[in-house]
Design a protein around this ligand. Structure first.
Ligand SMILES: [Zn+2]
Length: 686
């Protein structure tokens, strides 16, 4: 029977994130939990009181260091670490293996254990499964760890396999050495970056009477993606009724990612180590206090934090302490960083219990990845003169007098979403006008003909640009998911077409100008070419290259957001031939096209391809835009009842000087005119 009485309270919908409680000999622990590292029976620069105020519930202590100094006799004399350091909460001890295998120094390893020379007094020691447990018993920790053989996560298969088998034999010896001690003991899953070994290791250890299982051998040499993948894989094979501990991880973003993948417990020296270097984690990104930008700032480190440091000391003072290498700088920044970690854990736990962890996860990711955006790093200017707008390739960031930023193409001078804030225009023209939120809701299967309404909704986002329309769709999806829950939603597939990724890359680099990009998705899309929402209900794909090259091979859309550069710049995308190809490809189901253009040439091109064409909403100075439907009944049933072009329009068209699409020969003009006049849309007209 487990010594921790682990109780799983909730698992977040659409994620593997878990909230749980377990009980140790020194009190209850609520997970996900972060354990500050107290290497030498002290968390550097913190008193027991400050640790408690900061929200610490469990501490980690290092068996290796405590074995060498002060040694087991001292712990036995004081009756254990709790009384020794005056900490009455739970303590977890590692086995010492990590230090033996990773620190430089003399050691000799065999089946029995590792022999090494003390860095304190040169004495020879044996660290074996038995001596490690013996030392952890003397320390009197609440949770002990088995001795494992640590190897780099990049180790080749044979080496990783041998280390795994040795770790398994040592795990069994550790359990025997623990005997009937009331202290809990965790096993450690090894296997480096070899999926088969990770699986085998988890399968072996879950049969043994451990009180929890740790994922070892990560955060030592692998990439972030590998770590996420192997954490995911490991938790898939760990039992749900035991706590899961990812050793030595990590930064706040690493922890968020690992909680999402089902890990409960973490330890890391980063909050103290970075504090020592003058770095703080804050709600507006990482801040480096050596930077002179903070010298005169009289505001708190993080206005959203209630820790001692943020309540009492302005940034200017912290900058001064860091510059002067004062001990207090380390102490105050560590106090804040540890508080920041515990608040992150608490927020994750609360969102898991509420059931909206996924939304929290997506919101938090970009926050945890950025640097202080209010005081961005700027490089000294080499030349005088007005600052140049950020540029990439053929594009630059432009700021409007109204305070929003857009992307301008230098060669054409054309600005994406020039007339109003990009996200406002995107919402009005594409999201609200297409009633996207309603369409995302699956119609109950009992209604007649509803089967297709529960099927995947496909949106084509033609002209990704700086992802304004795509992100507006994504935010609409997330709002609808939060309001109605995952079972009420149809799956959404957003397909973005773009031949030039520079605008999005540029905007992502300057995300402080583009609030809609403060989300993990556009960054993932650029890196991987696709992104899947954690709920699994939305997939965003990027088709790079010419839209026309992908048109017929992409899944037929329900909605088309048609937003390439204008006909003047991107002539090829506004022709009757292109709209005819779109209409043919969309024949399988009704499709609707939304575009910012109200040009006669565009509307007539759509009509000639068989679309039913109507007036769209105006935006900024534009009185109207264009909506088009492949089937007449889509217009009639449309929630915003758009007005199809009628007799007035036809009259105006007949008088128009730009009546025919560019390139139409004189012989073809009469038949083109007949084609438009005989369009069924105008048939009922008097
Ligand atoms: Zn603070």
């Amino acid at each position: 029977m487990s010594r921790l009485n682990f109780t799983l309270e909730n698992t977040a919908p659409g994620s593997k994130a878990r909230a749980a409680t377990f009980t140790t000999l020194h009190g209850e622990v609520k997970t996900p939990v972060f354990m500050p590292v107290g290497t030498q029976a002290t968390v550097k620069g913190q008193t027991v009181e400050t640790l408690k105020t900061n929200g610490s519930s469990v501490l980690l202590a290092n068996t290796y260091h405590l074995l060498l100094r002060p040694g087991p006799e001292v712990f036995r004399a004081f009756g254990g670490i709790h009384r020794f350091m005056n900490w009455d909460g739970p303590v977890l001890t590692d086995s010492g293996g990590f230090q033996i295998f990773s620190l430089p120094g003399d050691r000799a390893m065999n089946e029995e254990g590792a022999r090494f020379k003390s860095y304190v007094d040169g004495a020879l020691h044996l660290l074996s499964p038995e001596t490690s447990i013996e030392m952890q018993k003397a320390i009197g920790s609440d949770i002990m760890m088995v001795l494992d053989q640590c190897i780099p996560s990049t180790a080749p298969y044979e080496q990783a396999e041998a280390a795994m088998h040795l770790t398994h034999r040592w795990a069994e010896r550790s359990l025997r050495a623990r005997g009937d001690s009331p202290q809990a003991l965790f096993g450690i899953v090894q296997g480096a970056c070899h999926p088969e070994l990770r699986k085998q290791s988890a399968a072996f250890l879950r049969q043994l009477p451990f009180d929890g299982l740790a994922i070892g051998g990560l955060a030592v040499g692998e990439t972030h993606e590998e770590r996420y993948r192997f954490t995911d894989l490991a938790t898939d094979h760990l039992p749900t009724h035991l706590p899961r501990y990812l050793m030595g991880v990590g930064t706040p973003i690493d922890i968020l990612e690992a909680v999402h993948r089902g890990v409960d417990m973490f330890d890391c020296i980063i909050p103290s180590q970075l504090a020592q270097r003058g770095t703080a984690f804050t709600s507006h990104g990482r801040m480096h206090f050596r930077r002179t930008v903070y010298k005169f700032q009289d505001e708190p480190l993080d206005a959203q934090c209630d820790c001692h440091t943020c309540r009492h000391h302005p940034r200017g003072y912290l900058h001064h302490l860091v510059k002067a290498d004062e001990m207090l700088a380390w102490q105050l920044l560590a106090t804040h960083n540890i508080t920041f970690y515990h608040r992150l854990m608490r927020e994750m736990r609360e969102s898991i219990l509420r059931g909206d962890f996924l939304a929290y996860y997506e919101r938090k990711r970009p926050d945890l990845m950025r640097n202080d955006e209010d005081n961005p790093c700027t490089h000294p200017k080499k030349t005088r003169g007005p600052a140049r707008a950020p540029r990439l390739g053929d594009y630059e960031v432009v700021s409007s007098p109204q305070g929003f930023s857009s992307i301008r193409q230098l060669s054409s001078g054309e600005v994406m979403h020039s007339v109003s804030a990009p996200s406002e225009e995107a919402n009005r023209l594409y999201i609200e006008q297409s009633a996207l939120a309603n369409r995302l809701l699956a119609t109950p299967a009992t209604e007649a003909g509803a089967s297709s309404d529960a099927a995947e909704l496909v949106i084509w986002d033609v002209g990704l640009g700086a992802a304004s329309n795509a992100m507006a769709a994504l935010h609409c999806f997330e709002r609808t998911l939060a309001a109605h829950g995952p079972t009420a939603l149809r799956p959404l597939r957003l397909v973005s077409f773009e031949c030039d990724l520079d605008p999005l890359t540029l905007a992502c680099r300057h995300a402080s100008h583009f609030p809609h990009l403060r989300h993990g998705a556009p960054h993932a899309l650029l890196a991987d070419g696709s992104w899947t929402h954690a709920s699994g209900l939305m997939r965003w794909e990027l088709h790079t290259g010419d839209f026309l090259a992908h048109l017929e091979t992409s899944a037929a859309p329900d909605l088309i957001f048609y937003d390439p550069f204008s006909a003047k710049t991107d002539t090829g995308l506004w022709t009757p031939e292109v709209f005819a190809r779109i209409a043919r490809h969309c024949a399988v189901k009704p499709a609707e096209l939304y575009t910012y253009s109200a040009a006669t040439a565009v509307r007539v091109a759509l009509l000639s391809s068989g679309f039913y064409v109507g007036e769209g909403l105006g935006t900024g100075p534009k009185a109207s835009t264009t909506v088009a439907f492949t089937r007449a009944e889509s217009a009639t049933r449309h929630p915003s009842a758009p007005r199809l072009l009628g007799a007035d329009w036809l009259k105006r068209w007949n008088r128009s000087s730009s009546k025919f699409p560019a390139g139409l020969t004189d012989e073809a003009k009469p038949s083109f005119a007949r084609l438009i006049e005989s369009h069924p849309q105008f048939a009922q007209l008097e």
